[in-house]
Design a protein around this ligand. Sequence first.
Ligand SMILES: [Zn+2]
Ligand SMILES: [Zn+2]
Length: 367
Amino acid sequence: MKALVYTGTPQPEVQTKPIPTLEKPDDAIIQMVHGTICGSDLHVLQGDVPSVSPGRTLGHEGVGRIVELGPAIPRNRLSIGDMVLVACITSCGACALCQRGMRSHCLTGGWQLGHLVDGTQAEYVRVPHAAGSLYVLPAGVDPRAAVTLSDALPTAMECGALGTRVTPGSTVVIVGAGPVGLAALLTMSLYSPSRVVVLSRNETRLEHARRLGADETINTATAPERVEALAAGPGFDAVVEAVGVPETFALCQRLVAPGGSIANVGVHGRPVSLELDKLWGRNISITSQLVDTVTIPTLLRLWKSRRLDPALLLTHDFHFNDILEAYEQFRNSSRLRMLKLSLSFLEPNKVGSSELEENEKVHKSKL
Ligand SMILES: [Zn+2]
Ligand SMILES: [Zn+2]
């Protein structure tokens, strides 16, 4: 099979690898149908994640069909032929940390795919702890858009919306309008905030923010005076940091209202300063966490009942055969108006609605 492999350099390579086989009784083998590329994949290529060894297949997101199941997996949970969503977090479901809902810190799981074991940017992938890491796609949802539920949307929900404790009527500001910042806009809108402002230095990303329902957008590069006016105002109940640099974290501290919350979603590579001299008495909270993917079932339900449209985050389509080109464009995503891209593993003539029909067929055959 073909797999996209980290070579220890910024340039990944398509290599031929053997199709993975079951190694543990709770593994599953998935034939990939759709994948995507994440900002974390780019961090791996840049050498920012030294725990990834050269030779590792990249990718921790995607949708595929179960072709093999280990004997320890309850057959009422997963079956051969199911179309499943692969969560970016692998979870045993049984250890002390999984039991407390912190699957990202699972003692034998966490971020495994495309990190410590071979990932989803390959025609087949072995998923450890399959029962806790795969979700059967409900009938009526499009497998192509489901890739946004592997990581981007649960991250936005758990690290963003839930971190801020947004409630109906809250005022919201999102600093950063990349795929996860905009996914935060979608998930926070579920709570009916009274005002949502999105800040970014990238005008095309702000156009996407307006398309996705932001009440107001501010270009921090071209309109610094508007940022100052915002910081001088009453502040926001719910502040999301979705960039991950000291400057944006500092800005969030100036934007939070008394009693508000800052949810850190950005991945920080440098220390930031915490201005407790100004914040100590303002009744605020700051949260920061890894995604546990525990909200995937909720997000699937919201999607199925049309309260949430994950397809809004998908802007580009590639075939897996063109994955190197997809990476090239993803590196320039903000210039190319790209948010999340879809990588199809299907025969090039089987794109679009046929996949939805395929998923329907699986469900009908189970009735
Ligand atoms: Zn990711
Ligand atoms: Zn666990």
